[in-house]
Design a protein around this ligand. Structure first.
Ligand SMILES: Nc1ncnc2c1ncn2[C@@H]1O[C@H](COP(=O)(O)OP(=O)(O)OP(=O)(O)O)[C@@H](O)[C@H]1O
Length: 826
């Protein structure tokens, strides 16, 4: 187990920035520490970071290679997998570090030369070297050594691990040959000009050397070593606002930021304690999938994080340093990769059996026998444990299937909900609709409003669980985002955001045991093997526990979602009911207005016939009132016609407008009939020739009636303005209602997203379980083989013991014979 080696390199300031920023860098490098200083040279305590190496602006590629990469290259020659990669924002010097210049070659060229120098020094082994060069451009793998090999796929093999199918591998015999291949590959690389870098890498490149070696002598008995060396130049993260990217550059930028964010996620998960990290999202991007062995796997890895010293890049530089801090906590488990030929395996086993025999012949025979027995028992125990885990897994799978079924049903429900919402025809200006809805939602509205207007929907009174559940969706998901949901990643420098707020805690560092897949040496290693097996089984057990708990939490979340969904469904059906009810109002109102109009027309006709003297004050007043009332009626009519637009009939009896119009109708009718009676009385009075006295009384009466009409008119005017206010309030309520519906729709959409994320997560868990099961099967198979071997050894041991016993008895009988023949010997 060893930690990843992490270094930081500060690029020299650009000529423009050194002239504009007085040439003084805010980043100070002291030994292996880098800290941010304020302009007055006071250090900022929270921005000080320590790494394995920190290279300042004056350091050369030669120095970086010597201190950081050289050991990994030498280890690769010896059979260890190795990876070196450069990470940092755009224009911070990654390509300069990996590729370098003519005068100061970068890590890749230096590594190539060093590999061959090293090979020259190893005289007892022979080497075969293959190289490949690929780029990941817009999440597609292209072969840089064979342009026709585009969009290559990643495959996984039990023994070979993750590999890129169809990638050209050139067998090379010297460094010069590789350097030429590199130059030809460089031509095919995607570069582009941005505001930040005139020669910006638009893809991640991976230069790979596969180093195979075997001993020159006794080659049939020696294992073949195969190691993979990856030298990676990542594309730089970029802020679109700074790079000024558009069109193709923008698309590239989005892909670059997305894959770097996933790399950041993987690093974050790996830097967590092993108890917390349930799932490492290697599969979320091609880059992380290819680099999987280098990140927490079987490889020696170094990361060089490059930063730009300019003040306007401080945020990006801090992000890079936080990424580096996390990477520093990752532990790899590198081991020599050996492939044993059958002959080599046989020879090794023979040697081991011989060793065991020697031990058996010594005084430890019994102890060893016991140990073998103990081991056999342990094997049996582990096998049983494996069986148990297997059945547990089967059960888990069954449960998972059920859950998937549940999710499908849920999705169906959501679709129905969707249809319901889209079918609901909420039109603008249907303000009165809300009045009816108010009745249906009386429990949830502010009906006791002092204004007496219809209450507005009140969500404070909603059940707390509803609010809690809703707030959950606004929070960030606790698992890594899926590639497809990151469409707008490039709009914000998300990876920098992601890196913020990290507090390194090295004490919590945990190690992940790696599963060894190599053939295991026999007897001498049995104890070690059993311990290892135990560890593996425990590891698998803990993995299963983690998966189970994760599944449980998902199930809880899922049932919460179901509850929330049901609630939303209820609310939406309530709203729908309300809407149907509301649709009835306008027609009735318009009917009411038509009624009033008819009555009023009758009244006017009657009144006109009564008004003999058209120029009298009473007639003038009457006609004036008639005009006003007509205009009132037309206003109301136009308002209702606006509301009626597109609505259907229904019934509403208790609407305030209905009451008012009813009162108006009755009052007009009464006035008309009283006027009619008065006119008749007047006729009678005139007929009785008592003109003087009666005319005065009649005038008085008419005046008083006129004032009543006036008052009534004023009242009507007030009622009308009240109605207007009511209409306004209703309109506002309707708008609020519409917003609420919109909000519910959004809520439903977010639920949709959450459910699909859960589904994806479940799928990932399922595949993880599948992998765990595969590993278990491999383990079981291996254990069976070992058991077989132990049986054979036990058998050999017992036959050896028997022969020893017979030999012993033979000697004994011979001795006895000798002593009987020659008693002197006694
Ligand atoms: N250590 C250094 N010494 C001198 N010049 C450097 C150094 N590092 C970077 N530069 C120069 O800075 C510029 C940008 O560097 P480079 O292209 O390597 O950045 P990058 O991180 O690879 O950018 P991108 O991600 O956009 O490809 C180049 O002109 C390069 O020569």
């Amino acid at each position: 187990m060893e930690k990843i080696c992490v270094a930081v390199r500060v690029r020299p300031p650009t000529p423009e920035s050194s002239s504009s920023e007085n040439g003084s860098s805010l980043w100070k490098v002291e030994d292996n520490r880098i800290s941010l200083h304020k302009s007055l040279d006071t250090p900022i305590s929270t921005a000080s970071y320590a790494f394995d190496h920190v290279f300042d602006e004056r350091s050369t590629n030669a120095c970086v290679y010597e201190l950081l990469t050289k050991d990994i290259i030498h280890a690769a020659v010896e059979g260890f997998n190795g990876t070196a990669f450069a990470y940092g924002q755009t224009s911070s010097g990654k390509t300069f570090t990996m590729t370098g210049s003519e005068t100061d070659p970068g890590i890749i060229r230096r590594s190539v030369r060093d590999v061959f120098d090293r090979i020259q020094m190893i005289s007892d082994r022979e080497f075969l070297i293959r190289v490949s060069y690929m780029e990941i451009y817009n999440e597609e793998i292209n072969d840089l050594l064979a342009v026709e090999n585009q969009r290559l796929q990643i495959h996984e093999h039990l023994e070979r691990g993750v590999f890129v199918a169809g990638l050209k591998e050139e067998i090379v015999s010297d460094a010069e040959q590789i350097l030429k291949l590199l130059d030809s590959g460089e031509v095919n690389r995607h570069f582009g000009e941005t505001n930040m870098n005139v020669h910006s890498s638009r893809s991640h490149t991976i230069f790979r050397m596969v180093i195979e070696s075997r001993g020159k002598e006794n080659s049939s008995t020696d294992a073949i070593r195969v190691s993979v060396l990856n030298l990676v130049d990542l594309a730089g993260s970029e802020r679109i606002a700074k790079t000024g990217a558009g069109g193709v550059r923008l698309t590239e930028g989005k892909y670059i930021n997305k894959s770097l964010m996933i790399l950041g996620n993987v690093i974050n998960k790996l830097s967590e304690s092993s108890k917390l990290r349930a799932h490492i999202p290697y599969r979320d991007s091609k880059l992380t999938r290819i680099l999987q062995p280098a990140l927490g796997g079987n490889a020696k890895t170094c990361i060089i994080c490059t930063i730009a010293p300019e003040e306007h890049h401080i945020e990006e530089s801090k992000g890079t340093l936080q990424f580096a801090s996390r990477a520093k906590r990752i532990t790899n488990c590198a081991q020599i990769n050996e492939i044993l030929t059958d002959a080599a395996l046989l020879k090794r086993q023979k040697l081991e059996i011989e060793e065991l025999r020697m031990k058996l012949q010594g005084s430890h025979a019994e102890v060893l026998e016991q140990e073998i027995l103990k081991l056999s028992n342990q094997m049996l125990k582990y096998e049983l444990e494996c069986e148990r885990l297997k059945t547990q897994l089967e059960e888990e799978r069954g449960k998972q299937k059920e859950q998937e079924q549940c999710i499908k049903e849920q999705q169906l429900k959501i679709e129905n909900l969707n249809n319901l919402v889209t079918n609901s025809d909420f039109k603008k200006n249907q303000s009165e609709d809300f009045i009816s809805l108010r009745r249906t939602q009386v429990g949830r509205c502010n009906v006791n409003d002092s204004s007496g207007f219809p209450g507005t929907p009140c969500f404070e009174s909603a059940e707390p669980s509803f609010v809690v559940a809703r707030s959950k969706y606004s929070g960030l998901s606790d698992f890594s985002p899926m590639v497809d949901s990151l469409g707008d990643v490039a709009d914000e420098d998300t990876w920098t955001k992601l890196n913020k707020g990290f507090v390194p805690d090295l004490d919590q560092l945990q190690f992940t045991p790696a599963i060894k897949r190599q053939p295991t040496p026999l007897i001498a290693a049995t104890t070690e093997c059993s311990r290892e097996n135990q560890k593996v089984v425990e590891d698998l057990k803990s993995q299963i526990e983690l998966l189970t708990s994760e599944k449980d939490s998902l199930q809880v979340k899922f049932s919460e979602q179901v509850v929330l969904n049901n609630k939303l469904l209820g609310e939406i059906s309530e709203l729908k009911e309300g809407t149907l009810h509301m649709k009835e109002i306008p027609k009735l109102l318009s009917e009411s207005v038509a009624n009033c109009k008819d009555v009023y027309k009758d009244v006017i006709v009657t009144m006109k016939t009564l008004m003999a003297e058209k120029e009298s004050p009473t007639a003038k007043l009457f006609f004036g009132v008639t005009g006003i009332t007509t205009s009132l009626l037309s206003t109301l009519e136009s308002q209702f016609s606006m509301i009626l637009d597109g609505q259907k009939a229904g019934s509403i009896i208790d609407h305030p407008l209905y009451d008012q119009w009813e009162t108006l109708r009755v009052s007009l009718k009464n006035t008309a009939s009283s006027l009619l009676l008065d006119a008749q009385a007047k006729d009678e009075i005139l007929n009785s020739h008592d003109k003087g006295q009666e005319a005065g009384a009649m005038e008085e009466k008419l005046k008083s009636e006129l004032s009543i009409v006036k008052e009534r008119y004023n009242e009507l005017e007030k009622e009308l303005s009240l109605d207007k206010l009511l209409l306004k309030a209703s309109r506002e309520s309707h708008e609020r209602l519409e917003k609420e519906v919109q909000f519910l729709k959004e809520e439903r959409d977010s639920l949709d997203v959450a459910v699909s994320q859960s589904t994806q997560r479940l799928r990932v868990i399922a595949s993880d379980k599948e992998n765990a099961l595969k590993d278990l099967n491999v383990e079981v198979k291996r254990r069976k083989e070992m058991e077989e071997e132990i049986k054979q050894i036990s058998f050999a041991f017992s036959s050896r013991q028997k022969s020893l016993m017979s030999f012993h008895n033979e000697i004994k009988s011979k001795m006895q014979k000798l002593t009987t023949q020659n008693p002197k010997l006694k």
